[in-house]
Write a protein of this length. Structure first.
Length: 407
């Protein structure tokens, strides 16, 4: 296992092609509190930037972080490992390569290669290409696969998708602990399916979203369609899924209820005003106009062409986008840090289990009985170490010292 200069675990072998600066404070070794090392995931960086927090970075920037056949099952194993590690309490998933992409979804070039070789949609069956004996023996006429990311149509007795977590191990994941998505760039197809099932979503201001499957002859059946209807309503879901648009903004997704927070980069020092609070509005306006005129005169003296000015403007915009992408990951890690440090890990797990009941369209009374009734997770935490510590800390007016969950 290699460790890059920023402390990111590269479990593939060889140096990572790119990293996000938000992980600069990551530990350079695997935390000793972990019971086992994380399972290897191809083209994926794994880091522990804060106590009790896992950061997963899809790392194929040259391919817009499109998820390959080999990544699906490996990511599922990673999320299963995350749930089983008591020390870990929250995870963040993002895309490598700065501001370009969270992920473009499935790797369609890889998919095309398998279609050309006669494999059909089986190249991504069960999201990792791992076929069961029954699947290997399945007749061509019985093959009902279709996918953004290759999930196949479920029958009543088919639990493959639930067992395998769906696209990227996330789009159908139930799991035990929360996963936050930090959408740093474009988020399409299977990646959109992952985001729709994330516990919380933070997005860069310039990020774009969409389900373009119908435009390339496949279908978003890795969990997105019913979840999109529940979150945004049928008409909005139909607009995105049936028209195949790819330019939905982060602000639109926030209005639809899919994104929690739109993150903007802080203004750079060069663009911030140094005018004193006591100066009048007219003085500030005159100062701004004077500075603009001065810059224009300087450009003319330097002989900048319009093309050169456009190039410089594009470079400024790219820098701003990169800064916003870093800020998005930083903010997601801040949220994860709050959850991991300030909230009881037992309470988070049980509260999330209650939320899943509503998300999976469970009857409210049945969901409450499942969570709080005999044998439910609430009964297992009731009177436990963290409950006693939380109540005692409140009475004593101090911060609680949480223990790793035993649930």
């Amino acid at each position: 296992m290699n460790v890059d200069k920023k402390g990111l675990y590269n479990l593939v072998g060889g140096p990572p092609s790119t990293t996000t600066s938000a992980t600069a404070g990551s530990s350079s070794t695997i935390p000793t509190s972990l019971r086992s090392a994380p399972p290897p995931v191809p083209d994926t960086l794994i880091a522990f930037p804060r106590p009790h927090v896992l950061l997963v970075t899809l790392n194929r920037p040259a391919h817009l972080n499109a998820v390959t056949r080999a990544q699906h099952a490996a990511l599922h194993r990673l999320w299963t490992w995350f749930d089983a590690e008591p020390w870990l309490r929250c995870a963040v998933v993002t895309g490598g390569g700065g501001a370009r992409a969270f992920s473009a979804g499935a790797d369609l070039k890889e998919w095309d290669g398998h279609l050309s070789s006669g494999e059909g949609g089986g190249q991504v069956r069960r999201e990792g290409g791992e076929k069961t004996k029954e699947e290997e023996e399945e007749k061509p006429g019985e093959d009902h696969r279709a996918a953004s990311g290759g999930s196949r149509r479920r029958s009543d007795d088919d639990d493959d998708e639930d067992d395998h977590g769906g696209f990227g191990g996330l789009s159908n994941r139930k799991g035990k602990k929360p996963v936050l998505a930090a959408v740093n760039g474009l988020c399409l197809g299977g990646a959109m399916e992952m985001v729709l099932n994330a516990d919380m979503v933070l997005a860069r201001e310039g990020a774009t979203f969409g389900l373009p499957e119908v435009r390339v002859g496949v279908v978003a059946v890795a969990g997105a369609l019913p979840r999109l209807v529940r979150t945004a309503g049928r008409q909005r879901a139909a607009e995105m899924a049936l028209l195949g648009g790819t330019d939905y903004t982060a602000e639109e997704m926030r209005a639809w209820g899919i994104v929690n927070r739109v993150v903007r980069a802080a203004p750079s020092s060069s663009s911030s005003s140094s005018t004193s609070p006591s100066s009048s509005p007219s003085t500030r306006e005159d100062s701004t106009q004077s500075a603009t005129t001065e810059k224009k005169n300087k450009r003319e003296k330097r002989g900048f062409t319009e093309q050169e000015q456009q190039k410089r403007q594009k470079q400024r915009e790219e820098k701003e986008a990169e800064a916003a992408a870093r800020a998005t990951v930083d903010e997601a890690l801040r949220w994860a840090g709050i959850l991991a440090a300030e909230c009881s890990p037992d309470s988070v797990i049980v509260s999330r289990e209650g939320l899943l009941g509503g998300w999976e369209a469970e009857d409210p009374q049945a969901s409450t009985r499942r969570v709080a009734g005999a044998g439910g997770p609430y009964r297992r935490m009731d009177g436990g170490d963290n409950m006693r510590e939380g109540v005692r800390a409140f009475v004593e007016k101090r911060k609680p010292a949480w223990q790793d969950s035993k649930l």
